[in-house]
Design a protein around this ligand. Structure first.
Ligand SMILES: [Fe+2]
Ligand SMILES: [Fe+2]
Length: 248
């Protein structure tokens, strides 16, 4: 926490670790406690979602001086080893969320983080619906169900300020730079609806859109930050939560 009482949130996503990437982030993380109060990992932690790659993530991001909270991304599901990937991360003290939340104490401030991978479907005026073929219904239903459960997790946090952590984007602004044609595979307005439904969300962090833009805002006014490593181009960004620290 800063002298002014700001909570400092470090975040990065899409680190896509494998053995050849080991060590890229660690030097910048060694003294993180002087710069941030917690670190968020916004999914796509591995390249193909293998347990071996997860062990690289554990080596790179485990045992830090600040709490580390992660969600998985689509790459982390690729080999159907997401349960093992999760366990490897948990074994080194990383909190892994999926439609769940956790509360940290930073000074006197209770900081709540709810997370989900989320899914696609698109944005208002150009989105998928649960209509037609079973495959289309399943695609849209997956997105809706994750957003709904994520919204409940966010609302149930007993804290002073909330942070929303997703892999897919809740808004189209942070996708700027990506081809318009793939927006429905990069995020869903349902995530923004879930974020805006609960008061006291100070920050929404996501990844997934490697060619997107860093900054956006939900329709309800919550700052959104795309922290995909190819976007922020450094080991992590730090965001300060100050204006939203009034008790919820
Ligand atoms: Fe990625
Ligand atoms: Fe992704």
């Amino acid at each position: 926490m800063t002298a002014e009482g700001c909570v400092r949130v470090a975040a990065v996503g899409d680190v896509h670790l494998d053995a050849d990437v080991l060590g890229r982030y660690r030097p910048a993380l060694e003294h993180l406690d002087g710069k941030a109060d917690l670190l968020l990992l916004a999914g796509d932690l591995t390249r193909h979602g293998t347990a071996d790659e997860a062990r690289c993530v554990a080596q790179e991001f485990g045992g830090l001086a600040v709490p580390v909270i992660a969600i998985l991304g689509n790459h982390d599901y690729h080999c159907d080893q997401q349960a093992e990937v999760t366990k490897v991360l948990q074994d080194v003290g990383i909190t892994v969320l999926e439609c769940t939340g956790t509360v940290l104490h930073v000074g006197d401030v209770r900081v709540g983080v709810a997370g989900t991978k989320g899914f696609g479907g698109g944005f208002a005026g150009a989105c998928a619906s649960e209509f037609g073929e079973p495959e289309m219904k399943a695609f849209t239903r997956h997105s809706r169900e994750l957003a709904e459960r994520f919204g409940v997790a966010l609302a149930e946090l007993e804290c002073d300020v909330r942070i929303a952590l997703t892999h897919y984007s809740p808004v189209p602004e942070t996708l700027l730079g990506e081809p318009l044609e793939i927006y429905p595979f990069l995020g869903s307005y349902l995530l923004a609806q879930a974020i805006d439904a609960t008061p006291g969300v100070g920050l929404a962090v996501h990844g997934h859109a490697h060619a997107g833009s860093e900054r956006g805002t939900t329709p309800g006014g919550v700052p959104v930050r795309n922290v995909a490593h190819p976007v922020i181009k450094q080991a992590y960004n730090v965001y300060q939560l100050s204006s939203v620290l009034a008790p919820a």
